[in-house]
Design a protein. Structure first.
Length: 329
């Protein structure tokens, strides 16, 4: 009888000890690393970008290599770009978070993309190192977007290459060259344009929650603000024309006013605006101001000079940070 009592007490002690011991952590399945899918001509991988996009999982990386041969002869010696009929189609659709990267080096010709439609609703889409020649890009979805070190150029005199940004996520344009094209930001949630070079390429900002332009060089074009939103211009250089005797009817920063429920908020700090017909104009090119209550204007340290008319209208109550800069002030 005593033996059974001892066994029972031992079992109760073991049970109490198990309750006091920390439970072992649950084993977690390791997260799969992003796969790298190669797109190249004549290789045992993918022969088109869209095929790689369709096969990729969210978060994967697609690297596109130059296509050295087309129709039996070296393309490098016949055209200015490495292009392949197989690799590049009329347009591609990006419907999932993905990284799309050109693998050409500085010693190789650039890779030219067709039109790009971004429809992914979550995650991040990164496009890096391509040339968009006469090929539009549209982003109106919920995914975040990063365009980095690309070149947008329109060589067709009858069309206009357009970069359309109107998504619900966050978009960043970083270190791109944008030439003879048009950038439209319409009803976007948050857009950052930083360290880009715009040549004869207007920037159209319409009814967007938050848009930041910082450290860009804009030459032969301007910035148009055409709807309510919060717009910030920080450290940009806007040059209307290289030669003063060839100045066109250009405006550096143009703000359109109209009766509306939400205000236009413009903050401009440390920008240089020069060699335009009008440096900053409120109310369009005619400078007709009539809805000042919808405009909140602030800033400091701007250099606005060498324009035919620096501030338009001149009798508008410009904040001190917008007045024509002169040395010693």
């Amino acid at each position: 009888m005593r033996i059974w009592m001892l066994i029972l007490l031992a079992l109760l002690a073991i049970a109490g000890l198990k309750e006091t011991l920390p439970s072992a952590p649950l084993l977690q399945e390791p997260q799969a690393s992003p796969a790298v899918l190669r797109v190249c001509w004549g290789c045992p991988y993918y022969s088109s970008i869209q095929a790689a996009l369709d096969a990729a999982r969210p978060g994967d990386i697609i690297e596109v290599e130059p296509a050295p041969v087309m129709l039996g002869f070296p393309l490098k010696y016949s055209l200015p770009y490495y292009i392949s009929i197989s690799i590049f189609q009329d347009g591609i659709v990006i419907s999932k978070p993905i990284t799309l990267r050109a693998k050409s080096s500085e010693y190789e010709d650039p890779l030219v993309l067709p039109k790009v439609y971004i429809t992914a609703e979550s995650g991040q889409v990164l496009i890096e190192g391509f040339v968009f020649e006469n090929a539009d890009l549209s982003w109106y979805s919920g995914a975040d977007l990063i365009l980095r070190r690309n070149r947008f150029i329109d060589t067709n005199p009858y069309t206009t290459l357009e970069v359309s940004l109107g998504g619900k996520g966050q978009a960043q344009l970083i270190d791109n060259d944008i030439i003879d094209s048009f950038v439209s930001v319409f009803e976007a949630a948050h857009v950052l344009l930083t360290s880009n070079r715009f040549l004869r390429s207007d920037i159209d900002l319409r009814s967007s929650s938050r848009v930041i332009l910082e450290h860009n060089v804009i030459e032969g074009a301007g910035v148009e603000i055409l709807g309510p939103g919060d717009y910030s211009l920080e450290g940009n250089v806007l040059i209307g024309s290289v030669r003063l005797d060839q100045r066109e009817n250009l405006i550096g920063v143009e703000v359109y006013l109209a009766a509306q429920a939400d205000p236009i908020i413009v903050t401009a700090n440390r920008n240089i605006i020069a060699r335009y017909e009008k440096g900053i104009a409120i109310g369009g090119s005619l400078c007709e101001v009539g809805q000042e209550e919808w405009l909140q204007l602030s800033g400091q340290g701007n250099v606005i000079e060498q324009n035919d008319q620096d501030l338009c209208p001149s009798d508008y109550p410009w904040p001190p940070g917008f007045r024509k800069w002169t040395s010693g002030t």
